[in-house]
Design a protein around this ligand. Structure first.
Ligand code: CTP
Length: 423
């Protein structure tokens, strides 16, 4: 995940009392690693679960736990002010106040505007332009209780941004909703929160990863695509405000949160999934490494050696192939795609995985596939890796996006798309 939108942000990280406080330590570390400055504030209850010392070590700043603490409080621009008003100074210049964990009790308190400890006082006294982001954490019964749900609805109405909760094993031994999200998920939600919504309201359909064409039930033909570029584009499109459907061949990657992922195996499965979803899309991005051919007749049972002991050609099966449908070319030839840029049309983006002569092949492929934008890359220099370099080819010429992390390139590609779709 690229955490670039977090870089140089100043986050006031508030901990209220809950066993999920242990995840706040990891979250603090992740925020600092992503380039944020973090000012930790803890309620008295939070200090029962996590020491201020640990949070100080991880944030590199003194932790505040009491409104009566007279140490000088530092604002978002790094000015220490010795006026004994930490509840005012700490949020001035902050980019967000993030409460993680936000306990049921703490949320009930916020809802009423009560301010009898530093963290609740600070939430009440923060400038209205500083967002309040809450990561709830509690037992499933507490979570489901109408009082909690009512409080959360009112907090949202008052302008707070509520993160989801996780589902699963709880510290109390019960199983259900209410776990605080993992640190990485909270970080990912923060990235989404801070990313400008340049594609708000658009719906994107993306193909990613390799396809697998069966020879028999235990063997098949595939390729070296890891799916990382397509998954990164799905994340970047989501963060930019798009509703994203991702049709993914077999990969080792987790489905990005907030993205509808449809797993497929073969090129034919991918074609069907695309056809079933493309009518709802405004943008189609084909990053998948689709197998060009499949075995003409996949065997129903495992093909056995003939047992002759000969390893010569005569003992090996001879495979014949048929060409798979070109998914991108099929979609690009549809009336909604060919009517681009009319209202309600579909904008198609193709990828080209080449091994040489990138620009010439990418230009030719753009014409052949009939797409407004073709993104070229050198397959062997990127398959399976975390970085890549892209060459954008459209009717106006070419533009290079130099080698960078795939997620950084995905974010740059999103900006390029936004310029073309919302000129
Ligand atoms: N593509 C597709 N369906 C196929 C083959 C390719 O949708 N059956 C898409 C890919 O997702 C990519 C683009 O077409 O967006 C180009 O894929 P690529 O493998 O680079 O090119 P091919 O069309 O297969 O041509 P060639 O193998 O000759 O380079």
């Amino acid at each position: 995940m690229s955490t670039d939108p977090i870089k140089n942000k100043h986050i006031v990280l508030g901990l209220s009392g809950g066993i999920a406080a242990y995840k706040a330590a990891e979250l603090c570390r992740a925020l600092v690693k992503a380039g944020a400055s973090v000012q930790v504030v803890m309620t008295e209850a939070a200090t029962q679960f996590m020491t201020a010392l640990t949070m100080q070590a991880l944030s590199g700043r003194e932790v505040f736990t009491s409104q009566w603490d007279s140490k000088a409080a530092t604002d978002g621009s790094g000015h220490a002010i010795a006026n004994n008003m930490a509840h005012i100074n700490l949020t001035r210049g902050a980019d967000a106040v993030l409460i993680a964990p936000a306990s049921a009790d703490f949320m009930a308190k916020l809802l009423h505007g009560r301010a009898d400890d530093l963290l609740s006082l600070l939430c009440l006294a923060k400038p209205s332009g500083v967002p309040l982001i809450l990561a709830p954490a509690m037992n499933r019964e507490m979570w489901a209780h109408p009082a909690t749900q009512r409080n959360m609805a009112q907090l949202k109405a008052d302008g707070a941004h509520l993160l989801d909760v996780g589902n699963g094993d709880q510290a109390c031994g019960e199983v259900g909703d209410g776990r605080m999200l993992e640190a990485n998920d909270i970080l990912s939600d923060l990235v989404t929160y801070f990313t400008p919504k340049v594609l708000a309201g658009k719906r994107a359909l993306i193909t990613a990863g390799p396809t697998y064409e069966a020879i028999d039930p235990v063997r098949g033909i595939t390729n070296l695509s890891s799916g990382k570029m397509g998954f990164a584009i799905a994340e970047a499109m989501r963060d930019a405000g798009c509703e994203v459907t991702l049709v993914a061949g077999r990969t080792a990657l987790d489905s990005p949160r907030g993205v509808q992922t449809i797993p497929v195996i073969s090129a034919n499965d991918m074609l069907k999934a695309v056809q079933a979803n493309v009518d709802n899309a405004d943008i189609f991005i084909a990053t998948a490494a689709v197998a060009d051919w499949r075995p003409a007749n996949a065997a129903t049972h495992k093909i056995k050696k003939d047992g002759s002991g000969k390893n010569g050609e005569s003992a090996a099966p001879i495979l014949s192939f048929v060409e798979n449908t070109d998914i991108l070319a099929t979609v690009a030839a549809s009336p909604r795609a060919t009517s681009y840029p009319l209202a309600g049309s579909l904008y198609c983006v193709g990828f080209a995985a080449e091994s040489e002569h990138l620009e010439a092949h990418a230009r030719a492929k753009r014409e052949r596939k009939g797409v407004p934008l073709l993104v070229g890359n050198i397959g062997p220099a990127t398959f399976g890796m975390d970085d890549n370099a892209l060459l954008l080819v459209d009717a106006n010429g070419t533009k290079e996006l130099p080698r960078a992390a795939k997620i950084a390139l995905a974010r740059a590609l999103v900006l390029e798309l936004a310029q073309r779709l919302n000129p």
